[in-house]
Design a binder for this molecule. Structure first.
Ligand code: NAD
Length: 354
């Protein structure tokens, strides 16, 4: 029958949104009852971390500016020890998914409350998913403790995000929503969030190409990231995310770029088994089809289109296909090794799907 069964529960952080909303960070720390904050950033965003510390004044206990991609366990341990040594009672993570991920890793072990201030569209701040990389091998899990307590979305903070990074990060956001539309645990609320998330995110790109500092467009992209991240936090992801996890974790390909390249192909694979999801995605994009529409969106905005152009080596395609089908996980179309290998080949070459 057409009746869907589902269980739905979202735990959303408190969200503070607005141009200049960063100025509220001290108020939000106070609202948590905290008074000794460890600020987290990447080395490249240290200046932003220092700005947060200045806004916190006497509440700032220290700055740990060593966040890096995929949360190496040594970095997580060092950050946790710094938090302990400083007597921190709160962490403020300002940056992209890597910095949010570091905050989550600390929260996982210490239950320290985290305030996330995202500067990309990765959406990690809306999920209970965490990742840790030990000796090159990435494990992921879900735990309610890692969900930030508060998220401050300030479009001014992403105004300087280079356009090339903006495009792939937006495609990363769209990927969360796209897989939400055919997830086994999707529901009508998820459908609405996902379709609107894709529409809002995609609509920001032409405006940002014209002017990467367009604050209205940055705001829309951030709303899109929020909606798409909320979807990802509510559902079980499928083939696309598993492929990206493998390609990023095992072959070291850059996270957002991999999402951008693979998404049209993963959707082409799933399209025959998920027609309603494809209709919604195409409608949100205003294109005839979902896979072709997303490929064109990426192409039009100068994103990489082929795995071979972002560091993948042809001999690794077989191993990637093996790894992708090794663990069972929900996906609308059954996983056939040869068909997944073909999908990867198309993504490797950068061929446009229908
Ligand atoms: P990132 O956080 O690694 O950022 C990439 C680089 O851009 C970093 O050096 C960062 O400092 C810099 N940067 C970020 N914002 C900037 C800005 N506004 N201006 C200039 N530079 C800026 O990349 P990402 O794509 O945001 O996150 C990727 C990571 O997040 C991956 O490890 C991925 O697994 C994880 N992730 C996790 C979830 C989840 O739910 N757990 C969801 C999405 C992504």
């Amino acid at each position: 029958s057409g009746v869907r069964d589902f269980v739905f529960q979202v735990a959303m952080p408190r969200v503070v949104f607005g141009a200049g909303a960063l100025q509220h960070v001290a108020r939000e720390v106070d609202a948590l009852g905290a008074s000794r904050v460890l600020v987290l950033s990447t080395p490249g965003q240290r200046a932003l971390g220092e700005r947060v510390a200045a806004l916190l004044g006497g509440r700032a206990a220290g700055l740990f500016a060593r966040a890096e991609m995929h949360v190496p366990v040594e970095v997580a341990n060092a950050a946790r020890e710094a938090a302990l040594a400083l007597g921190a009672d709160c962490a403020v993570a300002i940056g992209g998914g890597s910095t949010t991920g570091l905050g989550k890793a600390i929260a996982l072990q210490t239950a320290l409350p985290v305030i996330a201030i995202p500067t990309t569209y990765a959406g990690s701040e809306m999920t209970t998913m965490y990742g840790l990389t030990d000796a090159g091998s990435k494990t992921t899990g879900r735990d309610p403790r890692v969900l930030p307590r508060c998220v401050i979305y300030d479009p001014e903070l992403s105004a300087g995000l280079p356009f090339a990074t903006t495009v792939v990060s937006a495609m990363n956001a769209i990927a969360h929503a796209a897989e939400g539309l055919y997830a086994p645990d999707a529901n009508p609320v998820v459908d609405l969030l996902a379709e609107e998330g894709i529409r809002t995110t995609a609509s920001a790109l032409p405006r940002l190409r014209h002017d990467a500092r367009d604050l209205d467009a940055r705001g829309d992209a951030l709303i899109g990231a929020w909606l798409c991240g909320t979807v990802m936090g509510s559902i079980t992801v499928g083939l696309h995310h598993k492929l990206c996890h493998t390609l990023g974790g095992t072959f070291g390909l850059p996270h957002a770029e991999v999402h951008s390249v693979v998404l049209p192909h993963a959707l082409a694979y799933n399209a025959p088994a998920a027609p309603q999801a494809m209709t919604r995605i195409a409608r949100a994009l205003g294109t005839p089809t979902a896979p072709g529409g997303l490929f064109d969106l990426a192409a039009r905005h100068g994103a990489p289109l082929a795995l071979k152009s972002i560091g993948m080596q042809a001999p690794d395609l077989d191993r990637a296909a093996d790894l992708a089908v090794k663990m069972p996980y929900p996906n609308p179309r059954p996983l056939e090794r040869d068909k997944v290998r073909e999908l990867l080949e198309f993504a490797f070459e950068g061929r446009r799907p229908e």
